[in-house]
Design a protein around this ligand. Structure first.
Ligand SMILES: C[S@@+](CC[C@H](N)C(=O)[O-])C[C@H]1O[C@@H](n2cnc3c(N)ncnc32)[C@H](O)[C@@H]1O
Length: 211
């Protein structure tokens, strides 16, 4: 954490709003905005949140689904408990963690993922890591979701977005690219929502077949 970063954060309205309103991250407002526009998560939805720590998105998802819904969160790091949210700690790229998730989350309505790999500063390496992570999340989503379900992922602007849409877009009825207002202008992150899974996927919980 540099002094600059701490100063910028202090003046960030979304950071301050999150503290006042009790959200664990400013990222909570990104999901609120996206969900306000696309209605991916609804009352009663079953939601898988990949890369959930510290838990802002899980809080928003949990509030939205209410007592009739379900939220399962996964992260590499430990996450402070949230009432109503089940947490699995582990690397979503690890086959054992994938197996756990696939066994646990059957016929889910929505997969959300704000996961981003730790950046090394090497653009080629970082791009490769980010693409691999998005690929894993989208492959899991196609196994976890019910027909008609949706997935929201974070990725980075550039050819990566088009590669992901080309590979996975055809499985869904629609694809939207979103840059929420609360996403920092200097960040080249972008969110992609794939809505309405077309095919019934296999419901077995065997190893993940990456393309
Ligand atoms: C930007 S944070 C998510 C913030 C969260 N949406 C919120 O609102 O609090 C990204 C998270 O992705 C997690 N992550 C990155 N790679 C992962 C992986 N392979 N498996 C599980 N979690 C991962 C990181 O540990 C980090 O906590």
């Amino acid at each position: 954490m540099t002094k600059d970063w701490i100063r910028q954060r202090k003046h960030d309205p979304y950071y301050r709003k999150a503290r006042v309103e009790g959200y664990r991250s400013r990222a909570a407002y990104k999901l609120k905005e996206i969900n306000g526009r696309l209605h991916l998560i609804r009352k009663g939805s079953r939601v898988l949140d990949i890369g959930a720590c510290p838990g802002g998105w899980s809080q928003v998802a949990n509030e939205t689904v209410g007592s009739g819904g379900k939220v399962v969160a996964v992260d590499l790091s430990p996450m402070g408990s949230l009432e109503g949210v089940e947490f699995i700690q582990g690397d979503i790229e690890d086959p054992l963690v994938q197996e756990k998730v696939l066994k646990h989350c059957i016929e889910y309505d929505v997969v959300i993922s704000d996961a981003s790999p730790r950046l090394s500063g090497n653009r080629t390496l970082d791009r490769g890591r980010s693409l691999a992570l998005s690929w894993v999340v989208l492959t899991i989503a196609a196994r976890v979701l019910r027909k008609g379900g949706s997935v929201l992922i974070k990725t980075f602007q550039g050819s990566e977005v088009e590669e992901l849409i080309e590979e996975f877009g055809g499985k869904y009825n629609s694809v939207d690219r979103i840059k929420p207002r609360s996403s920092l202008k200097r960040s080249n992150e972008i969110y992609i929502a794939f809505r309405g899974l077309k095919d019934d996927r296999q419901i077995d919980s065997g190893a993940l077949q990456l393309p």
